[in-house]
Design a protein around this ligand. Structure first.
Ligand code: AMP
Length: 196
């Protein structure tokens, strides 16, 4: 894949396994010649994954809203930095620049970004793979919740299957690589909604 967008926490998390997984994912992306697209910060797991790609000779595009440049301590060593005027513009540009999405552990921001691209997939507004890197069981309760949402008939089983999940970065990237978009069951006319 040419470019993968990685969502991840602006914090490092409580366990050393989180940063270790971010480093492994970054090295794996660089080894595959896959460009990293991410939120442009130097802090938390965001900084760790970007540094790992750069250290292995890979390419990184950061996308950050003007309001967050100071707050998230923008990464000044990236191959390319795009500054947007809003959060919405940031997410739309990150998606446009990427062929697939991976979420490392993170907080509200990461969850919101990941579930937003998932809803775009559900509606057929995009046909790109979405994967959760389940480090140290961080996403196990969320995956169980998504199963619960299927049982309770708020999410269709075929939409639950849109979420790829693995504990290993290389296996998850392989799964994204070989993913084929399922037939659309909730068709809407894309022309009726502005593209993400
Ligand atoms: P967090 O997972 O909460 O540590 O946040 C990770 C990244 O998501 C940070 O770059 C946040 O600025 C970003 N973020 C937080 N809230 C939102 C939002 N509503 N839309 C897009 N990005 C967000």
């Amino acid at each position: 894949m040419q470019s993968i967008c990685v969502f991840s926490g602006a914090s490092p998390g409580a366990q050393p396994e989180y940063a270790a997984a971010a480093r492994t994912l970054g090295a794996e992306l660089a080894a595959r010649g896959t460009r990293l697209v991410y939120g442009g910060a130097s802090v938390g797991l965001m900084g760790v994954v970007a540094d790992a790609v750069l250290a292995a000779g890979g390419e990184v595009i950061g996308v950050i809203p003007r309001q967050l440049v100071a707050q998230e301590v923008v990464h000044l060593g990236l191959s390319d930095l795009r500054i947007t005027s809003s959060m919405h513009e940031r997410k739309a540009l990150m998606a446009k620049l990427s062929n697939g999405f991976v979420a490392l552990p993170g907080g509200y921001g990461t969850l919101e970004e990941f579930t937003e691209v998932l809803t775009w997939s559900q509606l057929g507004l995009q046909r790109k793979p979405c994967g959760l890197l389940d480090v140290a069981d961080y996403y196990r309760p969320l995956l169980a919740f998504f199963d619960h949402a299927v049982t309770e008939e708020f999410v269709r089983a075929e939409h639950r299957d849109l979420i790829l999940a693995d504990t290993d970065p290389a296996r998850l990237l392989d799964a994204l690589d070989t993913w084929t978009a399922p037939p659309l069951t909730r068709k809407i006319d894309p022309a009726s909604i502005p593209a993400p």
